[in-house]
Design a protein around this ligand. Structure first.
Ligand code: 5HM
Length: 329
């Protein structure tokens, strides 16, 4: 077979990849102190990249981090300040204590706004829809030469192609952690693909993920097995980014992100419908509010009104990830 297997949902693709690296690894490797099971050249196609979040309770997917990371990329930022609030473990990768390097894909893809690789790729496809050139590179030449660098980009490139009037995306990675990184990377890149399709005014096509070294760190084996033992079906549908979404929308959401992260604002359930955003983006801001409460008010349960206003699937993901922060009963 010359083309990767296609899956309707990432839920199913994720289970297939986890099953592959857990049950039939090709190699056992030990690099930079991590013993892992590995399979080379793993790829899959998602026919509906909207369905990007697996419904697997044992994975305890951090939907807030997933969204925040995608927004951090779109913002073209490389600071640990923003992303470290959502994933404190990333702080150890910021060698100067301020910036991330390899992990900060946004700076490489989305900065400077208006003249970024992303902007040029979109402009190219708008002018020449059949082009094969709309490829954006992430890992840089010589990035791996410093053996002390803890943060070398795992993504090599992102390519957009318009075929059958739909935007297809392929992401090429040198390595991917099958349990942890894979979920975050597929989330961000499908989110970016969806935004790119809106910029181009074409429907979202397929998403293809190609990884040279797909691996599972050995300490994560029990968790991978627990996930594989789960029988939860894939979520039936997923919300689509509204067609009105522009860079201005992203800017407005980023303003909310910053004021909630820094605890300068809070969001009350009874004013959510007054926010000048589409319901899809209100849900994003609500998730950020839930996380604000969890982080800045760790001793109180999350407000019931805010929880009730959340999309039921988001509420389920929050309950899986932060069960101790929900109201009793
Ligand atoms: O030794 P190496 O630089 O490959 O270690 C980084 C590891 O982080 C990768 O091999 C991969 O397992 C994981 N990773 C990922 O899966 C890292 C990043 C950050 O670029 C990512 N996905 N986006």
């Amino acid at each position: 077979m010359m083309q990767p297997t296609a899956f309707a949902t990432f839920h199913d693709a994720y289970r297939a990849v986890l099953n592959l690296v857990t049950s039939t690894p090709q190699y056992t490797i030990s690099s930079r102190g991590n013993r892992s099971r590995e399979v080379l050249n793993v790829s899959f196609i998602l026919t509906d990249p909207h369905r990007r979040t697996p419904a697997l309770a044992a994975r305890r997917t951090n939907i807030v981090f997933n969204i925040a990371e995608a927004l951090w990329y779109l913002a073209g930022r490389d600071d640990i300040d923003m992303i470290g609030y959502y994933a404190p473990r990333l702080r150890s990768l910021a060698v100067d204590g301020v910036h991330l390097t390899g992990t900060a894909y946004g700076k490489r893809l989305f900065a400077p706004r208006g003249a970024s690789q992303f902007d040029h790729a979109v402009k190219l496809l708008a002018a020449d829809p059949d082009s094969k050139r709309a490829a954006m590179t992430v890992m840089r030449p010589f990035e791996f030469t410093d053996p002390g660098n803890p943060d070398v980009a795992c993504t090599l490139a992102v390519q957009f192609l318009i075929r059958d009037s739909r935007l297809h995306t392929t992401v090429f990675m040198r390595g991917n952690d099958a349990l942890l990184g894979l979920v975050c990377d597929v989330f961000s890149f499908t989110f970016i693909a969806e935004f790119a399709a809106l910029q181009l005014g074409v429907p979202l096509g397929t998403y293809t993920h190609q990884v040279s070294s797909m691996h599972l760190n050995e300490p994560d084996l029990p968790r991978a097995r627990a996930i594989l033992a789960e029988r939860t079906p894939a979520p039936p549908t997923a919300p689509a980014m509204p067609v009105t979404t522009t860079w201005h929308t992203i800017q407005k959401v980023l303003e909310w992100e910053e004021s909630l992260r820094t605890n300068r604002r809070r969001l009350y359930a009874d004013v959510i419908t007054d926010l000048p955003l589409e319901p899809y983006w209100r849900q994003v801001v609500l998730l950020l509010e839930v996380y604000r409460q969890i982080t800045h008010q760790p001793n109180s349960p999350v407000d019931t009104g805010v929880l009730a206003a959340l999309d039921p699937y988001y509420r389920w993901l929050v309950a899986c990830r932060w069960p101790g922060h929900l109201p009793k009963g």
